[in-house]
Design a protein around this ligand. Structure first.
Ligand SMILES: Cc1ncc(COP(=O)(O)O)c(C=O)c1O
Length: 452
């Protein structure tokens, strides 16, 4: 079966059939929707993709974090088919369907926001989940402003674009919404030189408190919105001591914490959510946003918040036509059932231990590998030109190309574009893991030779 195969490239890339589709794509789809990979999918199973020319790729991008459960899980297919046979859609403001209620109940039980009485609303994407989380925080607190972070990525709508750090994306698209203030993300590897970890944490807390003096008084701040491990920003985890202190600062000022778990959620981190770790540390968030892997590839986003927070929001101000779509909810319920039953978060932890140890061991012979970091399978490593940590983005680009040519799909990340991120489906086999790591190491070495 395809899910048990290993990468195998049989044609030049793209192959002839893929080439034809890619040419049609270039003519039919805006260039602004970029794609640098020569892959046109025929079918996918587990962590494997077969392209239209019969080439087999091992996919360690997984739809950028959408496919934690892998491609074409048979039980998911069945759940969606069964639902499709009954109805596709029941508009949430008109007709109630049981699957949407059951999914809200399930998420209220497992999504670790601070308040135990929780409520969940559904949307169609990560960006929409963030938009609604901000509306909920503003609507319930009556405060206008939010704090976001350097390196943040929250989506491509106008609001989430304004919350996202890389303003190059938005050049020429403004004006962007107001009331968004940015603090420095606690990025320990790139903290000011010579700082100990504790000094770096203190420095970043000072930068957070600085927002209150420099940008907005705390009583005007509705929420602090943060990715527990930055995704696009380079797989940088929020340090434990920082979030504990940030929680205390927010509690002092009545500021809500929104954890953006769009990329980190659903088993990737070794727990269902990184916020489960935060809860163990005594600093759970007030609101959690989810999307990507929640429904295994069918579009769905969700926001879970304490009932006392979300029920202050005025009727009719949140929601949307497709929110809680029946096919998406059927799929999400099955994704969660499978993840819990098959212990995919534990599997993520096992995979992570293997990958982390392996990449760490390469550091002895490949000096370009800088920081190796992450939580569970939300892993990444920085490539640097020299001991002064100068980012080496070209090396990431070259490595991605070499790996693709050998049948391994990996992706870059990071504010400097110099991080290789690891987002492989959690159903990857041990043999695929071994082969992928071997390809990655070889691709790195070949790329260094070419670029030196
Ligand atoms: C942390 C985070 N938040 C929000 C988003 C936006 O999600 P979507 O692309 O579904 O709108 C992303 C997408 O990459 C993300 O990684």
């Amino acid at each position: 079966m395809l899910k048990d195969e290993l990468p195998n490239i049989k044609t030049e890339l793209p192959g002839p059939k893929a080439k034809a589709v890619i040419a049609r794509r270039a003519a039919a789809v805006p260039e602004a929707i970029k794609c640098g990979y020569p892959v046109v999918i025929n079918r996918g199973e587990g962590a494997m993709v077969e392209d239209v020319d019969g080439n087999l790729f091992l996919d360690w991008i997984g739809g950028v974090g959408v496919l934690n459960i892998g491609y074409s899980h048979p039980e998911l297919i069945k759940a969606v088919q069964d639902q499709a046979g009954r109805y596709f859609h029941a508009m949430q403001n008109i007709i109630t369907h049981e699957g949407f209620v059951a999914l809200a109940e399930k998420l209220n039980a497992i999504v670790p926001v601070k308040e135990k009485k929780r409520k969940t609303m559904f949307v169609n994407s990560g960006a929409e989940a963030l938009e609604n989380a901000v509306k909920i925080a503003r609507g319930s607190s009556g405060r206008p402003n939010i704090i976001v972070f350097s390196g943040a990525f929250h989506g491509r709508t106008m609001l989430t674009g304004a919350m996202t750090a890389k303003k190059a994306y938005y050049h020429g698209l403004g004006p962007l919404p107001d009331g968004i203030y940015r603090a420095e993300f606690p990025y320990l590897y790139r903290a000011p030189k010579g700082f100990t970890e504790q000094e770096a944490v203190d420095y970043y807390l000072t930068r957070l408190n600085g927002v209150f003096d420099e940008a907005s008084p705390p009583e005007d701040i509705a929420a602090l919105v943060i990715e527990p491990v930055q995704g696009e920003g380079g797989f940088v985890p929020v340090p434990k001591e920082w979030i504990k202190a940030a929680r205390a600062i927010c509690d002092k000022h009545g500021i809500l914490i929104v954890a953006d778990e769009v990329q980190t959620g659903f088993g990737r981190s070794g727990r269902m959510f990184v916020s489960d770790y935060w809860t163990d540390w005594g600093c759970p968030p007030d609101i959690i946003t989810m999307a990507k892997s929640i429904a295994g590839g069918i579009p769905l986003g969700a926001v879970t918040a304490g009932a006392s927070v979300v029920d202050k929001v005025k009727p009719g101000t949140i929601g949307g036509t497709f929110g809680g779509n029946a096919l998406s909810c059927a799929s999400a319920l099955k994704v969660i059932e499978i993840m819990e039953r098959d212990k995919l978060p534990e599997r993520a932890q096992k995979i992570s231990e293997k990958v982390f140890a392996e990449v760490k061991s390469w550091q002895k012979e490949i000096s370009a590998i800088g920081d190796v970091r992450g939580i569970g399978c939300m892993l990444g490593f920085e490539l640097i030109k020299s001991a002064d940590k100068t980012p080496w983005a070209d090396l990431v680009g070259a490595t991605v190309k070499e790996a693709t040519a050998r049948g391994l799909l990996i992706e870059n990340a990071g504010s400097y574009g110099n991080v290789i991120r690891f987002l492989c489906p959690l159903v990857v086999t041990d043999a695929q893991l071994e082969r992928g790591l071997a390809i990655l190491k070889e691709s790195l070495k070949v790329s260094i030779e070419k670029l030196r």
